[in-house]
Write a protein that binds this ligand. Structure first.
Ligand SMILES: Cc1ncc(C[n+]2csc(CCOP(=O)(O)OP(=O)(O)O)c2C)c(N)n1
Length: 203
């Protein structure tokens, strides 16, 4: 099982490599949510049969899902950090806000109707969780009791925009609704800037 220390060390290594300018594509490093992610993978026994959907910030998810460290590192060096896809490990990510909620619901529908093993776990940010497609996917998954869970990692911002100020609400829309059954939610503060290292990297 991948531990917090492994994740922290991996992100630090990628940060150091990115600083040299050899990665000619965006990266989104994360720190501060390792304990939550490790616990979620452990509590829910997320394994080979399960699908993990993520977005631009999915290094940790790939490691926890079992993508070999070296394969992940190579993909990042190849400029694929923002949309990591390892179909053989059922890790599917996209750099487009709101792009995968419908896909996740569709995979969950397929798993259920075909009586296949496996569940869907989609990890996204707090602003992504306020998009229309997130609402629709959660409602659909709830209504048909599909094997999908949406994990909302709340760092309070969308890039540099304050999510709570944007929507005039302190709590996410699903708080105290029946839809919480399909959602895992936690707050964290990201130890890195939204993307990159917060300084110009020339290459
Ligand atoms: C369709 C689309 N619009 C804008 C962006 C630029 N963008 C990338 S990440 C992001 C912030 C999303 O906020 P949140 O869902 O809270 O994610 P987190 O802060 O956890 O990265 C934005 C606006 C994008 N990737 N796709």
């Amino acid at each position: 099982m991948v531990k917090k220390e492994d994740i922290v060390a991996f992100e630090q290594e990628i940060a150091a490599i990115f600083a040299t300018g050899v990665i000619r594509a965006p990266i989104h490093l994360r720190a501060g949510r390792e304990d939550y992610l490790v616990q979620i993978f452990k509590d829910h026994h997320i394994g080979d049969e399960d699908y993990v959907f993520g977005f631009w910030d999915s290094h940790e998810l790939a490691l926890l899902k079992g993508v070999p460290r070296q394969d992940l590192k190579q993909a990042i060096l190849d400029g694929k950090s923002i949309s990591l896809c390892f179909p053989q490990h059922k890790v599917l990510c996209s750099g487009i806000v709101g792009s995968l909620m419908g896909t996740a619901a569709g995979v969950a529908w397929s798993l259920k109707t075909q009586s296949k093993k496996g569940r869907v776990f989609l990890f996204c940010g707090d602003m992504s969780a306020e998009t229309g497609i997130f609402h629709e996917a959660v409602k659909y998954v709830y209504n048909f009791d599909l094997p999908a869970t949406f994990v909302v990692c709340d760092n309070g911002v969308s890039v540099m925009t304050n999510t709570r100020e944007t929507w005039g609400a302190q709590e996410p829309w699903f708080k105290d609704t029946k839809y919480e059954k399909k959602i895992i939610y936690f707050k964290y503060t990201n130890g890195y800037p939204h993307s990159g290292l917060g300084k110009l990297i020339k290459f």
